[in-house]
Design a protein around this ligand. Sequence first.
Ligand code: C2E
Ligand code: MG
Ligand code: MG
Ligand code: MG
Length: 285
Amino acid sequence: QVRSRRESGCCFFREEMNAKARDGLAMERALHEALACEAFELWYQPLLDLKSDRLQGVEALVRWRRGADDWVLPDQFIPQAEESGQIIGLGRWVLKTAVHQAAAWQCVLNRPLEMAVNVSPREMLYPGFVDDVAAVLRESGIMSGTLTLEITESIFMEPEDESRVVEILERLRGLGVKLAIDDFGTGFSALGYLKRFPVDVLKIDREFVRDIHVDMNAATLCQAIIWMAKGLQMGVVAEGVECAEQLDILRQSGARSIQGYHIAKPLESKDVLMFISKNDGYIEE
Ligand code: C2E
Ligand code: MG
Ligand code: MG
Ligand code: MG
């Protein structure tokens, strides 16, 4: 009896593994196809500069168009793309598309609109990444100093890689690229990395912003992060701002810029110029 139970457990385990491998392979194939037939699209979410009350830039967010009105969000495929290595090809496409798009919008608006692009650790550590960035900057004619790369804290968690990561970040900065830590506060890394790695901006994760208007402790924590960032001479962006009350508290706490549904949801590229123009006051309704 014991034996048969163990056997069936084993069997179950093997089936699970097969199913996982099958799903993984199917996903890999689907991603491959999507890349080949240009089924990815970038949407852009505005960032508001609280000092000037102007839109300082946008963040590119990838979506996978599977049908007419069927969009797959990145959390559904980025992890698999990271695992299979397809993030390298996808990331190259994202970077190129976003930077060229920024250059085109800058030309129309005649101002240094910023572009933020999310980069996976694996992508950034891949040989040739910095050269690719340099080439895209050159080819696109994007205004200098307007590209930000967003990375997550996980890149700072591999001590063996530390000198390599520092070198890559420094070379990127040498190109005039700004570096932001995305989802700040949700990783498991110790704060010490902030003084060892050259980064310019902290993006406070929306988890910390969510309750600031209803919970004193949440507000205190958020304010502490803002003060710390300022003390380290870093910029700070609060993510996930969904209402005016949150915005007011962040303004009072000295946040430099904010992003969230209260300002705008991610927009299709065709709607971005109109949105920015209205905000800049060029177009009156
Ligand atoms: P992220 O970079 O932290 O992006 C913010 C996410 O929060 C976006 O989800 C955005 O739509 C959502 N969001 C923005 N404002 C609000 C708000 O006020 N309330 C709420 N509830 N949500 C808000 P999205 O587009 O699904 O992206 C999820 C994550 O996928 C991103 O998190 C980023 O880590 C990753 N990602 C997106 N595009 C790329 C990409 O091109 N390359 C890589 N490597 N990762 C990407
Ligand atoms: Mg981001
Ligand atoms: Mg984030
Ligand atoms: Mg995130």
